[in-house]
Design a protein. Structure first.
Length: 318
């Protein structure tokens, strides 16, 4: 007789054989074979290099004259900027910023200007040996420095733009990271102005008929000494046409200009992902051209550039 011990051994062998052949048998019968559970893919972190920023920077208004006749006065003002960027590694980052300068509004009186009330002819007397007048020569028209106008002016200038900036971080020293950078972009200049002229003699609006007198040369002369006239405002010959004059003007203009910036500063760790940014920036927002002077068409050109110490925050998005 076969002992119980041998029966148990045979049973174990049969169970092992059955388990080994089960997948094949299942396949033969049309059932899917058991497979291993798929491994979960590791989660990938997105956006670990992105950051937001906001800054404020006081500066001194360079005294831009929107109207060619207004006084260019300097004043203190402030500029705001904000944007987003990406930290590529420990040494390099880039951001795009929107730049907004406070609108500059001015109104008041400008310096008096010479404004001929009429085109008054000047002639030169010719004398003989006895001192008697024998003929006269028409020499030009009188530019009388006593004929003046008061000027009132008002203007508004707004400057906004966008910059793409690149920075080199120069290593980390404790909680401080110094950097240098440069940026380039576009700026929009929105300007408007109004200028009015009033005769100083009676306060009436200036509107003169400076049509030249017949047979008189088209030249402005000093009525005192007969020399070629010089405008005291410009120090040059007055380029005022011999025609009807009305100098009141309204002006509105929007232009887009290339701008660029250079900067240097430090980032200071305040908390996890939050930095205080303190730096110097030179910004050139393009060249601004004033409303033409109605007397002679002259235009004042000014570079809209500022030196700033800017303070802001950078927040890392994690």
């Amino acid at each position: 007789m076969v002992g119980a011990k041998h029966l148990r051994a045979a049973g174990v062998a049969i169970m092992l054989a059955a388990s080994a052949g089960a997948p094949a048998l299942a396949a033969d019968l049309g059932y899917p074979a058991a497979t291993e559970a798929p491994q979960a893919e590791p989660m990938v972190e997105w956006g670990s290099g992105w950051y937001l920023r906001g800054d404020i920077g006081p500066y001194q208004d360079l005294g831009v004259a929107v109207s060619a006749t207004e006084k260019a006065k300097k004043r203190n003002s402030v500029e705001f900027s904000g944007g987003a960027g990406y930290q590529f590694n420990n040494w390099f980052r880039m951001d795009a910023t929107y730049e907004h300068f406070m609108n500059r509004t001015r109104s008041g009186s400008a310096d008096q200007v010479v404004c001929p009330y009429t085109a008054r002819g000047l002639h030169q007397d010719n004398y003989d040996a006895t001192g008697a007048i024998i003929s006269t020569t028409n020499v030009g028209h009188a530019y009388d420095l006593n004929e003046r106008c008061n000027v009132t002016t008002g203007s508004r200038l707004g400057v906004q733009g966008a910059l793409l900036n690149a920075y080199a971080d120069l290593g980390k020293y404790g909680i401080v990271t110094p950097y240098i950078g440069a940026g380039a972009g576009v700026f929009m200049h929105r300007a408007s102005a109004a200028t009015r002229y009033f005769k100083a003699s009676d306060g009436s609006p200036y509107a003169a008929d400076l049509t030249a007198m017949a047979s008189y040369p088209l030249v402005w002369l000093d009525p005192i000494n007969g020399s070629q006239a010089v405008d005291p405002t410009t120090g040059k010959y007055p380029a005022i046409a011999f025609d009807k004059q009305k100098w009141d003007r309204k002006y509105s203009r929007t232009v887009t200009k290339f701008g660029w910036a250079l900067m240097a500063g430090v980032g200071i760790d305040l908390a996890d992902g939050l930095k205080l940014d303190i730096g110097y920036r030179y910004l050139n927002a393009g060249q601004f051209k004033s409303m033409p002077d109605p007397r002679n068409g002259a235009i004042k050109t000014t570079n809209l550039d500022v030196h700033q110490v800017k303070v802001g925050l950078r927040y890392q998005i994690d």
